[in-house]
Write a protein that binds this ligand. Structure first.
Ligand code: FAQ
Length: 335
């Protein structure tokens, strides 16, 4: 749902959640005081839907996001690199699980979210629809993709919905480690041979634009931002965060000796920020429409993994049944 410009959050349709005036007033008060909503608090339907949309998309991104790097676990250039990459991919699985749990507290069950993902109905971040043909891509993902994720997600630690904000605190700590390991991979390549330097630069050339698109469409084309910001879910607009990211990247690129593939990047004294060129938004919309390099493969791999895990879910259900039967039997003996 979207609200007309300037409409106060409280003036909205309360939806099936009903809610009397006192409940609505309490919700508005919490928003105005920048407080937190917890799962047992009353909340308007549209707020709940907005959270499920964003949190489930975020969870799916973490889970699908395991694939581009998973592709390199068996081929990482040393045992140490392999161990680090494996730990990183496991962290991403963990992030997905915290986020699915946060979404579940809003009443959407995990099976429904999985179903939406493997049938291609759910969104996940555009960035994970690109292939990873070189080892340098592990550096670019860490430096650029995790770097963008941190910029976007640190403000989400203050999201008004308690379980989401709390999940983000731990996620951001781990993302910081991820970003540094990516930077270090690129630094090692840039200190290596000419061929390694070329590999690093070529990889950054491919990932830079898509990483900037992770922040979402330009503000003028972002239908959800205004309401999300009014509800203290998002704290900054897509363009504000994109700018912050580029300002962070430029000095880091200098340390690496890597050129960011945007000739329009220039320091703007007046704004105390870097100017940047336009992005190819046609490519972004193509990827969102399912026509990116790897969309079909990502969903297919996820579907196979889900189906392959059926025996684990069945075993867990059988165990739960046995536990319940044992508890019933024990209760019957006492009675
Ligand atoms: N990709 O109105 P807005 C990670 C959709 S996790 C795909 O601006 P909003 C960790 C958007 O959903 C990366 N779709 O939307 C990692 C909406 O469609 P809808 C994920 C996109 O929600 C690292 C429509 O376009 N992070 O990287 C994208 O206000 C390395 C209009 O857009 C999060 O999910 C996109 N890039 O702002 C893992 C962070 N951008 O739903 C592995 C939380 C927009 O109306 C390896 N999410 N869309 O049908 C957010 O902060 C926000 O949801 C945005 C989008 C900023 C992503």
């Amino acid at each position: 749902m979207s609200l007309a410009e300037g409409t106060a959050p409280g003036r909205m349709d309360r939806g099936a959640a009903g809610g009397d005036d006192a409940e609505m007033a309490r919700f508005d008060e919490i928003m105005a005081a920048d407080g937190r909503i917890e799962p047992t608090d009353w909340m308007p339907d549209a707020y709940r839907r907005a959270l499920v949309r964003q949190i489930s998309q975020h969870a799916h991104s973490e889970i699908i996001g395991m694939q581009p790097e998973g592709n390199w676990i068996g081929r990482a250039p040393s045992l140490k690199r392999k161990a680090i990459l494996m730990a990183k991919v496991q962290d991403e699985a963990g992030h997905g699980l915290y986020l699915y749990s946060a979404a579940q507290t809003l009443g959407t069950d995990r099976d429904t979210m999985f179903e939406q993902l493997i049938t291609g109905k759910a969104r996940y971040s555009s960035i994970f629809n690109y292939f990873t043909p070189t080892w340098a891509d592990m550096g670019s993902i860490g430096w650029l993709v995790d770097g963008a994720a941190i910029c976007n997600q640190v403000p989400l630690c203050r999201a008004s919905y308690g379980p989401y904000g709390r999940a983000m605190v731990r996620i951001c700590k781990e993302e910081s480690f991820h970003q540094r390991q990516g930077f270090e991979i690129l630094l090692a390549l840039m200190r290596g041979t000419d061929a390694q330097r070329e590999m690093a630069q070529e990889s950054v050339n491919r990932w830079y634009g898509p990483a900037l698109m992770m922040f979402g469409p330009p503000d003028a084309d972002s239908p959800n931002s205004q309401q999300s910001m009014a509800w203290n879910i998002k704290r900054f607009s897509n363009d504000e965060l994109r700018q912050r990211f580029v300002d962070m990247l430029v000095p880091q690129a200098e340390v690496l000796g890597i050129t960011l593939p945007d000739p329009a990047i220039a320091w703007n004294e007046e704004r105390q920020s870097y100017d940047l060129g336009d992005l190819d938004w046609t490519e972004f919309h193509e990827v969102l429409a399912g026509r990116g390099q790897a969309n079909a493969e990502r969903i297919e791999r996820r579907r196979e993994a889900h189906e392959g895990g059926e025996w684990v879910r069945e075993a867990a259900r059988a165990y739960a049944r046995k536990q319940a039967e044992a508890a019933d039997a024990a209760e019957a003996q006492v009675a």
